[in-house]
Ligand binder design. Sequence first.
Ligand code: FAD
Ligand code: FES
Ligand code: FES
Length: 497
Amino acid sequence: MRETITFILNNQIERVSGLPGDTTLLNWLRQTRRLTGSKEGCGEGDCGACTVVVARRGDDGVTRWHPVNACIQFMGMLEGVSVTTIEGIRPTDGVPELHPCQQVMVDRHGSQCGFCTPGFVMSMFAAWCNGEGLEPDRVDTTLAGNLCRCTGYRPIAEAASSLTHDALLPFYERQRRATEATLMSEIAHDDTVMLTDGQRSFIAPASADAFASLYARDSDCTIVSGATDVGLWVTKQNRHLPTMLWTGRVAGFDRVTQIGAQWRIGPAVTHEAGLAALAEGRPDLGEVMRRFGSLQVRSSGTICGNIANGSPIGDLPPMLIALASEVELSGAGTSRRLPLEDFFIEYGRQDREVGEYVAALLVPSAAAPFFRAYKISKRFDQDISAVMGAFNISVSDGHITSARLAFGGMAATPKRASAAEAALMGAPLTEKSFARAAAALDQDFAPISDMRASADYRMQVARNLILKYGMDCAGDPVPRLAGYDSPLVGTLAGAAE
Ligand SMILES: Cc1cc2nc3c(=O)[nH]c(=O)nc-3n(C[C@H](O)[C@H](O)[C@H](O)COP(=O)(O)OP(=O)(O)OC[C@H]3O[C@@H](n4cnc5c(N)ncnc54)[C@H](O)[C@@H]3O)c2cc1C
Ligand code: FES
Ligand code: FES
């Protein structure tokens, strides 16, 4: 096992050892390397002031540049990747003096106090490198993870959308990418690495066998995937985690594969990487995923992490339950599957034996024409749900033959509304049937009041979502906010045929 992590920082090889395993990239950049261009605003992944760009080469050999919140990125997660900070984007040949992503912010008056500016520029830089995300209709999604408190978003959005994705890259960028690719190849290896000061360790195994045997040996350790939850335990709760075991470097854990009629989503598949497969044939899932956190959060956070954390307000569990997904759990030499709804037992308790980890999610791949999902949150982007409803029915001869209605935010776990489902079974596909299902929700849930919503609000909204779904299914046009592939006014009329 190597006790040194090796990565690229602004196109130079860095070797780091002897640090506590829970050291964040932002603290290391600012306090050790004195690279203070990346700012600390919230320290919890919300404001984007700390955004840096992490380049990774996929199995297909294609490099992608991901915007990442450095404040909740552990140093051990950098093994083998290339990190670019605001200090690293300046063209090396001095012509032009500023990078185009910086120059547009000057030209379009996109900066006042400047605190948020490096973060915005790095989000633009990632999109500029990837050659997508700067189109006027995509800029909001690209920048949703960056907050500005003084300039106003219009000039910033205009600055971003005035950047062009030139097919012919400038010389300095071609040079930068060539160096980045060479250095990434140079430092690649298949050893397990550990970053430790002897008290707190971050371990990054490279194979599934190494991961399984390390976990079998110490099942009290904290499994980390994207750290978009675990990072906050450290930065906000000041928790000290003696040992962290990372899924993110394990070969094959980042794969989405189609096996029979299911997508198999590995433990290290990020929201961004899994979105296209999951959203195929169910645009609502894609739209909720697009609104999940921000691009920074979706580029690190994983689909399996959103299940494993057992949160009652996670966005994916209700949608994946409505689609009849399964979870695969592996332990020392064991593997089992269970329906996803059975995984959540009670608040903070899942059906996961000591030594087991979430090895995959298995999601039906068939299109689901009656699948709908509604995320109710105070802010459209970058907010956790107060209530999340995901519904899926089958229809034959104008009657409902199966119903899966799942909610988040209504109970201590993500949960199916079995009384409401029973009210729909065999019923005609009319709005009246859905009104009866909405009335049955009292038997399914007794929600609580908290800072996100009152119990009354939650129940009212949940009922209304079922009514809205009923209108949609019965062919009554329902206004929907524009989003991922979905028309402004959507209807499911015709899906029953
Ligand atoms: C700014 C911000 C916005 C967010 N917005 C949303 C949102 O809109 N909707 C939403 O639902 N969530 C949101 N989240 C929460 C979080 O991003 C998600 O829950 C995410 O999917 C967690 O995945 P992760 O890979 O980062 O998990 P991690 O932080 O790595 O881990 C989370 C938990 O799961 C465990 N774990 C992880 N992987 C495994 C595994 N394979 N086996 C066993 N245990 C495992 C960890 O030990 C830990 O307990 C947000 C978070 C932030 C910081
Ligand atoms: S400091 Fe706010 S997202 Fe990192
Ligand atoms: S320019 Fe001041 S916060 Fe954005």
